[in-house]
Design a binder for this molecule. Sequence first.
Ligand code: AMP
Length: 628
Amino acid sequence: MGYAEFYRRSIEDRDAFWAEQAKLIDWQTPPAQICDASNPPFFKWFAGGKTNLCHNAVDRHLATRADQAALIFVSSETNEERVYTFRELHHEVQKMAAVLQSLGVGKGDRVLIYMPMIAEAAFAMLACARIGAIHAVVFGGFASHSLASRIEDATPKVVVSADAGSRGGKVVPYKPLLDEGIRLSAHKPDAVLLVDRKLAPMEKVAGRDQDWATLADKHLRTQVPCEWLDSTDISYTLYTSGTTGKPKGVQRDVGGYAVALAASMKHIFLGKPGETYFSTSDIGWVVGHSYIVYGPLLYGMATIMYEGLPIRPDAGIWWSLVEKYKVTSMFSAPTAVRVLKKQDPAFLKKYDLSSLRALFLAGEPLDEPTAKWISESLGRPIIDNYWQTESGWPILTVANGVEKKPSKFGSPGVPMYGYDVRLVHESTGEELTGPDQKGVVVIKGPTPPGFMQTVWKDDERFVKTYWSSIPGQQVYSTFDWGIRDADGYFYILGRTDDVINVAGHRLGTREIEESISSHPNIAEVAVVGVADQLKGQVAMAFCVVKDTSALTDEKARLKLEGEVMKVVDEQLGAVARPARVRFVTVLPKTRSGKLLRRAIQAVCEGRDPGDLTTIEDPTALQQIKDLV
Ligand code: AMP
């Protein structure tokens, strides 16, 4: 079957199409219904079916591949390397599940996971899936305020963490940030389970903090069966930034997610059971959930979990892993490729990469020079794919597992099966059907399996944020601009909202502004994303200070700039730190007081700021122009 027909069936003959895909996973009870679209935009997939993500990712492979590699943990930071077979993974996950149960965790309870890229993080995720607990993984690069807001929203019974991570050979302690996060949060977890890597000293809180190794020792032989869950039960929440300061918990189901991932491994990621998959992302992001932990394992593939930088000990480290473990599919981000592009290209030639079928890149726009460089250096297809935390798997790409289709530079590709992707006019909502018209990329419901169910604990916010922004119709907005060419390929042109993308990491400018505003000498601040050669975008902050005597000379200015950056580092994490902080006396606003962010961004990028008839004080933009 060609892709056009495959796609058509997924939309027009939805139930039959997805009933077929559902056979890619094991069901304890098969679904009674395929898609329940009776209450849009809350779509239920495979209702009546009972299954379990951990069973599908681990247990079901024991019969056929118990002694094959399942999880390959490699740390170039601590020089550890360990291969867990499916049998060993099964054992480790049961230990973790038993420990979590001993700490009172049961079905529906939340477990917040704040961990570096170590095997125990995957054990914890899979253990939650096993017993029906809901995991909320928080990226290890986030600091105490980010953690506190997530702890408060997820109200976890238990937090799983570690003493420290390591980056570029430098130990990054996690425990003090976690302690501060819990202190700031109104909700307190009953217990904190700590993996002690012996990288940093830890002060234990009596009665709350538990040592993983000690508790695990008590459960060496405890068997913890998989809890059969309703397909529509919640598997996890994952927080993502939006236009407000408060991150949203993207909530996902069990059965739909399992089917979507298994299908994507086959049709999009060219995987085969028994082979090795390598995603360079982090478990704190959606790519890590879908394509480090669940996707490859669900499909019976070994997955590499890598802690470290792409250029340490040298720029050949990733390619050495491809050679050693005969990786067939690799998934990374354009930023990482741009980092590698600055290194000696000889590293790419040093290793045998013949096992590799393709390199998949996602998370941010893939620019042509980067795509061309890596494509020529690798001699393998480079496949761009566009999606979001909300979708859980690609929205736009090419499904070469169904039919080989050419990729086009600059375009992630065509709508994936199950996604009815449209372009609409921003203010009229009118559908744009012609080629090369710019509009907002939207998805017409029902959204496919694996797509977010709702915003955790906030159905209203889900409807309001995502399904109500286009006039006259209920469609899901991606908040991305796009165009479609005459062949049906989409091109993504950036966000329509105040979300920025730094090195593939999605950050809300409002969150950064709120953090900066907490500095005692900052009266007002505007943060915008500015194009950057390496990171795609970087955050730039323009601040109005309360006491200008703090800015008498260059030294004082630099000091305040450093302080502002430190506030962000401490509250949100270095990942959100603005690349530049500049001081102005007034911010460009409309007469009604709305910040003219797009104009600020345009000026920073040397573009025309557009219509400025509504600006309150025209000198405000001039000040910014003079500073960039
Ligand atoms: P996140 O939810 O953090 O994965 O961020 C999703 C956002 O990243 C999307 O809404 C896009 O703005 C951007 N994005 C992700 N993948 C791509 C891609 N392949 N091309 C262009 N933009 C992308």
